[in-house]
Ligand binder design. Sequence first.
Ligand code: GLY
Length: 349
Amino acid sequence: MKEIIQKDFEIYFGSDVLEKLAEILINKEYSKVFVLVDNNTKNYCWPILSPYLVNFQLIEIESGENHKNLHNAEKIWTRLQQFQADKHAVIINLGGGVISDLGGFVAATYKRGIDFINIPTTLLGMVDASIGGKLGIDLHALKNAVGVIKNPKYIFIDPIFLNTLPVNERRNGLAEVCKHALIDDKSLFEKLLHIEEKENLDALLFQSIKIKVKIVKKDPFEKDLRKSLNFGHTVGHAIETFSLKNDSNPLKHGEAIAIGMICEAYMSAAIQGLTSSELKSICKYFLNRFPKYKGKLPENELIEYMRNDKKNEEGFINFTLLKKIGKAKINCHCHDELIIKSLAFYKNL
Ligand code: GLY
């Protein structure tokens, strides 16, 4: 088992972390243990976790981003109250980003804050959503419009849960692993270029997790350094929003972000000094792993979504770009023409 121990949270990684969870639950003497699941994690992941727990109350919601809302937050608060959860209760979030965002938000606000523990079950959850304490719910169509930043007490990452996922979920999370490499660690990117689809990822995942922890520890409230995690996300979020509105089988977050990273790498080459050979290897990485998006990429509509992005400051669309592979530059501004050219670049690849 590998561990990362911080002042306010601890991460355990490996195939034996659930024993560690059981030990911690006994020692901490929580008054009540609640486990939040969705219908998928109840079927596929709960049978793996349940042998390690003794007294608990299961709370189930439906799976999917459209359930990360006030209605479900209220439902969970009410269940906590019905079961007389006091300030010494704990919530274990068993699932991907929706479960850890929603369950964490509920825990951080119930009785002004109770402990919560994340057990991410998706690759995206393991390397990104479960770490860094961004919690919240969507407000109508606005993603993460209401929320707080508070770290879980513990994060237990057992790669066994990855076996419960379809292939495209694994790919989805790999986009964020690659983002961590591109903004911070060239050697990780080089390793990613050479791994096979089915290869064991444990060492690379841990390397990626360490990058996320290093960044959120230095800048938990996204004043500067944490913005580097937004590489690929300005264009990527716009494409994700467009695809959600228009496609019967919309792009997953990682797929949209992969396109965003290609476009923003193009912009980086135009104005931040990323070399053309670096741009070429970034494109090669994503094009070899993600199918080319067949939908339209209407420039004006996408730029409009970018203008409404909550990361913007002082009226400018805010980009994180790359000076080189392994080095990000935050707070970059680009002319609309360059954004349009970057979309055309992706279309013509
Ligand atoms: N997912 C980006 C962040 O945690 O800041």
